[in-house]
Structures are given as structure tokens and as C-alpha cells.
Design a protein around this ligand. Structure first.
Ligand code: PMP
Ligand code: GLN
Length: 396
């Protein structure tokens, strides 16, 4: 007799294949330009690549220490000091993880009790909802609303109203995927005030920390008064060093938060990527100009993409950082069905994008929104923009 009960745990009801896997497979199948999944199409700095190769060749191919290579932990602590003035003890307050994804999962699984509530800003990166569900907790959304001609904002009263007796944590992402929003100091202070008033922990996902455009600044909420001892900062080397496939991430925070995260993390992967850990350490030590150049190059690509999207007729919401720009498709497609639009786009014009509705707990909020990635070579963006022009002429 074949099993009758569903194999998928009810904890993961509704979590099918991620949109990134679906859309990247569609890009490969159709040969379309992939502006969906956020990964760069160029390699990172030579020193990072060469260090990995040398490490593999010199025999650094076995398990690294549980909390990560000491050299990488020291480099992470130095990076936090150099860019944010934050001091972490590499032995007790820094943990190396399998990407930011595992740092987030480890924090949620290691720190939350069944029935706890986590405040999240929606739209949000798709692993948040799954991680919270796996931890047996409940995500409580606060909506980031698009402001035409500008970026995204939230209503502080909605944040306050989201707090209940079960709230334990605020999960924050800045610079923000998928909106490209960079939270301002005032906004972060509002969030910090709520955390301090209600004794909440903050998990701050800062994977796009170095991808911020002119006139904007990435501020870590851990730098705000009273916040360092209740904030776990999460980041990774994937975006900064164009090594998204290496999955070297980290978490920094008070020793007990890092230990709680480690306790869960050690049973997920235990450890990963020893030769790549040394390579990311080399990258973190690069001079300031490297980091500034990274943002400047990406900004030029963002400009190219945004101009193209505007010319194609979309309503474009300005991105102040990250790989991503969000558009409202309704000027081009009256039914505003972003999912159908993204499934058809590769066949129509050979471009892949991602429907923002997958980033919302209430998909209706993002039904008409679609995300395009600018982390591709300028000539690739130019070609995609050229193809998007056909949309305007053959308007549906
Ligand atoms: N957080 C955000 C906001 C992301 O966009 C991503 C994706 N790339 C991650 C976390 C995951 O990072 P990593 O690949 O290091 O696991
Ligand atoms: N963070 C990347 C994005 O938002 C992709 C991550 C993934 O494929 N899971 O596009």
C-alpha cells in the first residue's frame, strides 16, 4: 500500500518551489535574459577567486571549526568595526554560516518558541516566511507602501499596532529586497524605539550593505543607542564579492544570541565551504575603494535599467540600493496580473523578471508589481531594455 499521508509537513503548507528556481529554469529553457534571480554575471575580485583556488590546492578541504575559520571571523569583526564602528569579539560574537539564509534560519530556529510572533516588513525575501513557519512561530506583516515617483515607506502606527504580547522579534532587511529601499536613520529609530519599548530582539539582514547608491547610506540598526545588545546582524559575501554560489554568510551579535543561533545552525549544515571562508576573508580586507567602486558600477546599471523600464511604459519605483527595481505593470497590462506577466514575458520578448506577489503574505498587495535585477553587464541590460521596448509598441 502506498502512503496516504502527504509527505510535506503541514508546517510547509503553501511553500512550493521558490520563484527563483522556477524563473531561472524558465530563463534557461527559453534562452531569455535572466533579470529575475539576483545574481551577477561577472566574477568578483581576483584576490577572492585566487585565494579560494590556492586554499583548495593547499589542502584546506576538510571541516572548518564549528563557528567558522578564525581568520574569517576576525575579518568579519574588523569589517564591522571599519564600516560601522561596531565591536564584536570574533570568538564569541561572530558566527560563519552557509549564506545569510542559514544565519536567518539558525536565528529563527534557535531563538523562537512555538507561537511567538515575528514582525516583518512586507514585501520580504521569501525565506523569512518559511523560516518563521519552520520555527513554529507566526509572521506579522507591516506593509511597505510604494510612493509613486519615489521609494517605499511604512506607517509607524501600523508598526506599533503589530506588537502583541507574543511578539519576540522584528526581522528587518535593509537595504531591502525586493523594493531597493534603504531605511533612513529616522525610520530605523522608529523601529528601534518599538524594540526597546517592548523588549524585542532585532534580526537585521544586511546582505546588500555595500550596494547603496549616491545620496543614501546604509545604517546598521545595531549602531543605534541601546540596540547592539539586542540585535543580530546578518550578512554574506555573495553579493559583495559576486560569489552567490559559495554561500558564505555570517551573523554578529551579543554572545548569547550568537550561541542560540549556533545551537540550531550546527544541526543544519554544521559547517560549510572551508576554502571559500578564507577567500571571503581576503575580500573583506580589500580597501574602501573596492566597496565604493562596487556601488558606483551597480548604480550605473540601475540607471540603465530604470530608464529602459520607464521608456517601456512601466511605473517605476526608485531603488536606492540592492540589485532590484520594482515596477507597476498596469500601464502595460490592464489586468495587473504580475505572475501571468512574468510567465509570459520570456516567450514574448526573451526577458525574465520576478512577480513581487511571492514576497507578500497578502499576495494582493503585490499582484501588479514585478521586480527586475540590474546586476548584469551593461550590454546585457541594454539588450533587455531593447527587448522591453517591444512591449510598449505591442501594448497588451
Ligand atoms: N537576504 C536577502 C534580503 C536576500 O536577497 C538574499 C538573497 N540572495 C539572502 C538573504 C540570502 O543570502 P545568501 O545567498 O547569502 O544565503
Ligand atoms: N536573493 C536572490 C533574489 O532575491 C536569490 C536567492 C535565491 O535564489 N534563493 O533574487
Amino acid at each position: 500500500m502506498s502512503p496516504v499521508r502527504p509527505f510535506l509537513s503541514s508546517k510547509l503548507d503553501g511553500f512550493g518551489t521558490t520563484i527563483f528556481a522556477e524563473m531561472s529554469a524558465l530563463a534557461v529553457a527559453t534562452g531569455a535574459i535572466n533579470l529575475g534571480q539576483g545574481f551577477p554575471d561577472t566574477d568578483g575580485p581576483d584576490v577572492v577567486l585566487d585565494t579560494a583556488i590556492a586554499q583548495i590546492r593547499s589542502g584546506n578541504n576538510q571541516y572548518p571549526p564549528g563557528r567558522g575559520e578564525p581568520g574569517l571571523r576576525a575579518a568579519i569583526a574588523e569589517h564591522q568595526q571599519r564600516f560601522y564602528g561596531l565591536t564584536y569579539d570574533p570568538d564569541t560574537e561572530v558566527l560563519v554560516t552557509a549564506g545569510a539564509t542559514e544565519a536567518l534560519a539558525g536565528a529563527l530556529l534557535g531563538m523562537l518558541e512555538t507561537g511567538d510572533e515575528v514582525i516583518v516588513f512586507e514585501p520580504m525575501y521569501d525565506s523569512y516566511q518559511a523560516g518563521i513557519a519552520l520555527a513554529g512561530a507566526r509572521a506579522v506583516p507591516v506593509l511597505l507602501r510604494p510612493v509613486p515617483g519615489a521609494g517605499y515607506g511604512f506607517h509607524p502606527e501600523e508598526l506599533n499596532a503589530a506588537v502583541t504580547e507574543r511578539t519576540r522579534m522584528i526581522l528587518l532587511n535593509t537595504p531591502h529586497n525586493p523594493t531597493g529601499k534603504v531605511f533612513t536613520r529616522d525610520e530605523l529609530q522608529i523601529i528601534a524605539d518599538v524594540a526597546l519599548a517592548h523588549d524585542l530582539w532585532v534580526v537585521a539582514d544586511e546582505v546588500y550593505e555595500h550596494l547603496v547608491f549616491a545620496g543614501h547610506e546604509h545604517i546598521s540598526i545595531a549602531t543605534l543607542a541601546g540596540m547592539a545588545d539586542r540585535t543580530l546582524v546578518v550578512s554574506s559575501g555573495g553579493k559583495t564579492f559576486h560569489t552567490t554560489g559559495w554561500k558564505i554568510g555570517w551573523a554578529c551579535g551579543p554572545a548569547e544570541m550568537v550561541t542560540a543561533t549556533t545551537t540550531a545552525k550546527q544541526f543544519l549544515t554544521y559547517v560549510n565551504g572551508s576554502p571559500f571562508q578564507a577567500a571571503i576573508a581576503a575580500g573583506l580586507g580589500l580597501p574602501d575603494q573596492f566597496f565604493a567602486g562596487l556601488a558606483a558600477d551597480l548604480e550605473a546599471q540601475r540607471d540603465l535599467l530604470e530608464q529602459g523600464l520607464r521608456a517601456a511604459g512601466f511605473e517605476v519605483y526608485r531603488a536606492d540600493g540592492t540589485y532590484f527595481t520594482t515596477v507597476d505593470i498596469r500601464p502595460l497590462r490592464a489586468d495587473g496580473d504580475g505572475m501571468a506577466f512574468c510567465r509570459e514575458l520570456p516567450g514574448l520578448i526573451g526577458v525574465v523578471a520576478v512577480p513581487n506577489q511571492v514576497f507578500y503574505m497578502n499576495p494582493e498587495h503585490g499582484r501588479h508589481l514585478v521586480r527586475f535585477a540590474c546586476c548584469k553587464r551593461p550590454e546585457v541590460i541594454a539588450q533587455a531594455v531593447e527587448r522591453l521596448r517591444h512591449l510598449a509598441s505591442g501594448s497588451r
